[in-house]
Design a protein around this ligand. Structure first.
Ligand code: NAD
Length: 503
């Protein structure tokens, strides 16, 4: 389908060395308003040279930036918090305009990013090291945390403000300088973030944005002056980023895709579970890495659960994200909408029951809409179960027992989020012990950890050994140095060629 183009296209460029920079590579990509289907902007795609310029700016800014005292840096983080807070609605409007999510959801996204900025306002405490006095006679040993240098973030389309904040807030607070490569689908929020950081007082070159595609990503992965890369996106690209980044000697955390299950046991409060399933399955049109994608209905829970969800679906209001009445917006692109819808056809062909087909209920519009969709009787061999659909399609898998539900989750290649709905505390506790997933909800459908814990999945949902933000985020963006120190003390000084002893 050829999209309409507004006459005044917004041109979205890079941000290098403290100011906007127009791309000169001659390569650009379209940016759409998913609610109208119109192309509203054009984003520059960086060349290798342009990526190099951003890295050079970050490298030049690093020596001065890392000298900032902890109190001065904490002060700046408080100012960043304040400025972002003041502009939360401006950020959210950009998210709705380019991603399509409803404005209230966009505000929620900004809020979960701000919470990570709030967490790193305590950076003096977070960077405290250890100290051992008199480790040996006259000798003290202590550890200090130091920044890595220039670090980079590569981010997905579905959280164009929050995920970058999860990276740049701890990275800067730890004393690193930053190069961000946002998604080319909704690039404007990163430029506004750069403007806000400048307004707050972040020195030029400390935060840079290169827009683009694989060319910019590949340059980041091989660039000798980049010490670490944080990535969030789909599993195949996460694997690619991890393998190539580590091969080039970098520290890499690469968060990938997901297939999140919500198990409903027969003793669960079915109305509460149905409310949670609808909220977590269709919120943000299912384009959340923590969206519930599979409902695992155990035993007698299945019929009443499907019935309760069916009742709720016609009430979900789908429409333009800036319309206050809308609860669910469009998908990000026409191609993605069509791909998501194709799982309804493959599901039907492979034996699932299409309870609700969102194509029948989508608003009559040129926007990239798909209504809420429900597949029942899904089995693990079907494409709808195996693939990360990343859209408003909930699949119900019926299993006889709790053990079958657990096996299903543990055998799934992804391990991002999972939820269990039950009234039985003992079963819930056993589940948290047994399940091979990184983030677990007990009667909570989207268990995104608060900012002072860390976010990350297991298995194919994360490559690397550090989760993002929280204490593991601080670990990721610092390296420790252990210092063994002795001050002149003639009484203990002598020549000793033996191996250093601690007594
Ligand atoms: P994506 O993998 O297509 O893109 C992510 C980033 O990689 C973008 O910046 C993109 O420009 C870049 N990229 C894309 N193809 C590339 C290639 N061939 N070589 C190098 N770089 C490339 O992901 P997306 O569609 O933007 O985002 C949705 C995906 O992100 C979903 O799979 C979702 O589950 C995942 N996600 C995961 C988490 C998490 O925390 N685990 C959070 C949000 C999103």
């Amino acid at each position: 389908m050829s999209a309409a183009v507004t006459t005044d296209l917004k041109l979205i460029g890079h941000w290098i060395g403290g100011g906007p920079v127009r791309g000169e590579s001659g390569r650009r990509g379209p940016v759409y308003n998913p609610a109208t289907g119109e192309q509203t902007g054009e984003v520059d795609f960086a060349s290798t040279d342009e990526a190099d310029r951003a890295v050079a700016a970050a490298k030049a800014a690093f020596p001065e930036w890392r000298k900032w005292s902890l109190s001065k840096r904490a002060d700046l983080m408080f100012r960043i918090y304040q400025v972002v807070e003041e502009h939360r609605e401006d950020l959210a409007r950009l998210l709705t305009a380019e991603h399509g999510k409803v404005f209230s959801d966009a505000l929620g996204e900004v809020q979960r990013g701000i919470e990570v900025i709030e967490y790193v306002c305590g950076i003096p405490s977070l960077l405290k090291g250890g100290f051992s006095e008199q480790a040996s006679t006259g000798i003290d040993v202590y550890s200090i945390r130091q920044p890595l240098g220039v670090v980079a973030g590569i981010t997905p389309f579905n959280f164009p403000a929050m995920v970058p904040m999860w990276m740049w807030a701890p990275a800067l607070a730890c004393g690193n300088t930053f190069v961000l490569k946002p998604s080319e689908k909704d690039p404007s929020a990163s430029i506004l973030a750069a403007e806000l950081l400048k307004e707050a007082g972040v020195p030029d070159g400390v935060f840079n944005v290169v827009q683009g595609d694989k060319v910019a990503v590949d340059r980041i992965l091989e660039h000798p002056d980049i010490a670490a890369v944080s990535f969030v996106g789909s599993t195949p690209i996460a694997r690619y980023v991890y393998e190539n980044g580590t091969r080039a000697g970098k520290r890499v955390q690469a968060l990938g895709g997901a297939k999140n299950h919500m198990i409903v046991l027969p003793d669960a409060d079915i109305d509460m579970a149905a409310d949670a399933a609808v909220s977590a399955g269709y919120g943000s049109a299912g384009e959340r890495c923590m969206a519930v994608s599979v409902l695992v209905a155990v035993g007698s829970a299945a019929d009443p659960l499907v019935e309760a969800i069916k009742e709720r679906l016609p009430k979900v209001k789908v429409g333009d994200g800036m319309d206050a009445a809308s609860e669910m917006g469009p998908l990000v692109t026409a191609a993605h909408r069509d791909k998501v819808a194709s799982y309804l056809d493959s599901g039907r062909e492979q034996g699932a029951t299409v309870v609700t087909d969102g194509r029948d209920t989508a608003p009559d519009s040129d926007g990239f809409f798909l209504g809420v969709s429900l597949l029942d009787d899904v089995t693990p061999e079907m494409d709808a179960y195996r693939d990360e659909i990343f859209g408003p399609v909930l699949s119900v898998v019926r299993v006889p027992t709790y053990d079958d539900a657990l096996t299903l989750v543990n055998e799934n290649p992804y391990g991002n989020g999972v939820a269990i709905f039950t009234r039985d505390g003992g079963v819930a506790r056993q589940f948290q012990f047994d399940v091979n997933v990184g983030m677990v909800g007990i009667n909570v459908p989207i268990p995104v950890p608060v900012a002072y814990y860390s976010f990350g999945g297991w298995k194919s949902s994360l490559f690397g050994d550090r989760h993002i933000y929280g204490p593991e985020g601080i670990d990721f963006y610092t390296r420790t140095k252990a210092v063994t120190s002795r001050w002149p003390d003639p009484a203990t000084s002598r020549v000793d060629l033996g191996f250093p002893q601690t007594r």
